[in-house]
Write a protein that binds this ligand. Structure first.
Ligand SMILES: [Zn+2]
Length: 268
C-alpha cells in the first residue's frame, strides 16, 4: 500500500500497520498517533496478557507494564504471554520478553510494583490511555479516581466464572463508581469462583480493541456503555451506564487522588 511508504517508520512497523490503513476511517495520521502512543497496562494477568499482545502486535508505540507478581504455574492456563520456564520470573519481565519476541521495535517500561496512591502519578503520568488488568477493587477504585482527575481514558475490564465485562471511562462520561459504587470491597476472587481462560482472554482482547479505536479515532468506543459477555449462555449485551448525579468521583469535576480509598495489592 503506497500510503505507508512516506511515513518515517521502521520497515517492520510499516508492514505491521498495512492492513489497518485499509480499514474505514483509518488515515495515515491515525497510524502516526498509534505508533507515538503510550499505553499503560496495570496488571499483567489474563486480561493484561491478552490486551498487551494485541496492542504490541498492532503497532502501539510504547507499553508500560505494571505488576508486582511473579509467574505461578496456575497462571499458565489463561495468562498467554507466559511459558512454563517463566514460572518464578517477574510477570513484567516475562511479558516484556514475550512482547519483544513478537515486536523487537516495541518501546517498553517494566515496573514490578503494585499501583498505590504513593506511586500512581509516577507510574501513570504521561500515558495517552490506561488499561485495567486488575482483579482487586482497591487499586481499581484508585485508577478510576486518578484517571477522572487527570482526564486520561481508562479501559476497565473484569472476568469471573463464565462472564466478562468491559467499560471505557473517558471524556467526562459515567465512571466506574457511577456503575458499581465503590468496588474496593467488591472484587471477586477467581481462585474461589473459577474462571474460564478464553473468557478472560476475550475481555482482554475487547480492551485492546477499544484502546485501538480510541487511539486511531475510529468507531464508537464503549464510553458510558458496558459490554457484557455471558459465555455460559452464549450471549452478548451492551448496557448504557447512566451518570450517577451524586457520584463523588466524576459528578463535581476532578477529585484529588488523595481522597481515594487507598492501599491494597493487586494480583495477576
Ligand atoms: Zn462517576
Amino acid at each position: 500500500m503506497a500510503a505507508t511508504a512516506d511515513l518515517d517508520w521502521p520497515l517492520a512497523d510499516k508492514e505491521r500497520v498495512r492492513r489497518l490503513l485499509a480499514l474505514p476511517g483509518v488515515r495515515p495520521h491515525s497510524l502516526e498517533r498509534l505508533l507515538a502512543a503510550r499505553v499503560a497496562v496495570v496488571g499483567m494477568g489474563g486480561l493484561g496478557c491478552a490486551a498487551a499482545l494485541y496492542l504490541a502486535g498492532q503497532g502501539v508505540g510504547h507499553l508500560t507494564l505494571i505488576d508486582p507478581d511473579r509467574v505461578a504455574a496456575h497462571n499458565l492456563g489463561r495468562q498467554v504471554l507466559y511459558a512454563p520456564e517463566d514460572v518464578g520470573r517477574l510477570k513484567v519481565e516475562a511479558a516484556g520478553s514475550a512482547l519483544r519476541r513478537l515486536r523487537p521495535e516495541l518501546s517498553l517500561s517494566l515496573w514490578p510494583h503494585a499501583l498505590g496512591p504513593e506511586n500512581a502519578d509516577f507510574l501513570l503520568a504521561g500515558h495517552d490511555l490506561v488499561l485495567d488488568g486488575l482483579d482487586q477493587g482497591v487499586p481499581r477504585d484508585l485508577l478510576n479516581r486518578w484517571a477522572v482527575a487527570h482526564g486520561v481514558p481508562v479501559v476497565f475490564a473484569g472476568a469471573i466464572g463464565y462472564e466478562a465485562q468491559v467499560l471505557v471511562v473517558a471524556g467526562g462520561q459515567p465512571c466506574l463508581f457511577c456503575l458499581f459504587g465503590s468496588v474496593a470491597d467488591a472484587a471477586q476472587d477467581c481462585a474461589v469462583e473459577g474462571v474460564l481462560g478464553p473468557v478472560v482472554g476475550m475481555a482482554g482482547m475487547v480492551q485492546a480493541q477499544e484502546a485501538l479505536k480510541l487511539l486511531l479515532g475510529v468507531g464508537r468506543p464503549l464510553i458510558g456503555r458496558l459490554w457484557t459477555w455471558d459465555a455460559y449462555a452464549g450471549r452478548t449485551r451492551i448496557l448504557a451506564v447512566p451518570p450517577r448525579p451524586d457520584c463523588p468521583v466524576c459528578a463535581s469535576g476532578p477529585v484529588a487522588v488523595g481522597q481515594a480509598r487507598m492501599g491494597g495489592q493487586h494480583r495477576g
